[in-house]
Design a binder for this molecule. Structure first.
Ligand code: GRF
Length: 210
């Protein structure tokens, strides 16, 4: 029988992991600040010390933290230190938001059903990188965004929410990315809201919204 997971109904502690500009982090933080999500952002973590999003998190007076991959001998060692840091802070949910470092299976296992990611395509189509351009090049008529649980199988965890956008004939990587990003900023906070309302029920691959 499929394992069943139901997300906790509680005031949650979120860690957001970023590597870049952090617009999804800001969308989640804005929703938290507006009282739409029953949670606080307890930590913004980055593998890149100079990530612009980390600076914004500092300006917003959130706790920030970074670890440089080159200070570690392996990804396993890096992620083990990160597991300890996250556990120390009693984090309930990790939101990957443009975090460009692949999590080790050990990390994914340590936080099973406690990691979400946003991906700028309609998974399982176009996993991986540069997926907006790949959607254009493939000639699909629609693409979009996916919020999913993270498993060791990259971009393949159970899907929570998706949003669809058209791919237009004159789209460039930039115009399609912008159209998708607007939807990302809606569905990511929405997924986090549902999570802490105790409304996400995972049965095998399927996520039911209660
Ligand atoms: C987004 O397109 C997201 O889907 C992908 O990385 C990008 C991050 O953008 N995973 P931002 O840093 O949240 O602005």
């Amino acid at each position: 029988m499929n394992e069943v997971f139901i997300s906790p109904k509680k005031k949650g502690k979120i860690a957001v992991f970023i590597s870049g500009r952090g617009s999804n982090f800001m969308a989640i933080h804005d929703a938290v600040a507006a009282g739409k999500i029953n949670a606080e952002i307890a930590l913004v973590f980055s593998n890149k010390k100079n990530a612009p999003g980390l600076e914004i998190a500092g300006q917003r007076e959130l706790n920030t933290f970074n670890l440089k991959p080159k200070d570690f001998s392996s990804n396993e060692e890096y992620d083990q230190v990160l597991v300890d840091e996250i556990k120390k802070r009693n984090i309930d949910l990790i939101c990957l938001a443009g975090y460009m470092k692949i999590l080790t299976p050990g990390f994914c296992e340590a936080f099973k059903y406690k990691i979400l990611n946003i991906h700028p395509a309609l998974l399982p189509s176009f996993p991986g990188l540069h997926v907006q351009q790949k959607a254009i090049d493939w000639g699909v008529r629609f693409s979009g965004a996916t919020v999913h649980f993270v498993t060791a199988d990259v971009d393949m965890g159970p899907i929570v929410l998706q949003a669809v956008v058209p791919v237009l004939q004159d789209d460039t990587d930039e115009t399609l990315s912008d159209r998708i990003l607007k939807e990302e900023h809606k569905i990511y906070p929405e997924a986090v809201r549902l999570y802490f309302e105790g409304r996400l029920e995972v049965r095998g691959r399927r996520v039911f919204i209660r």
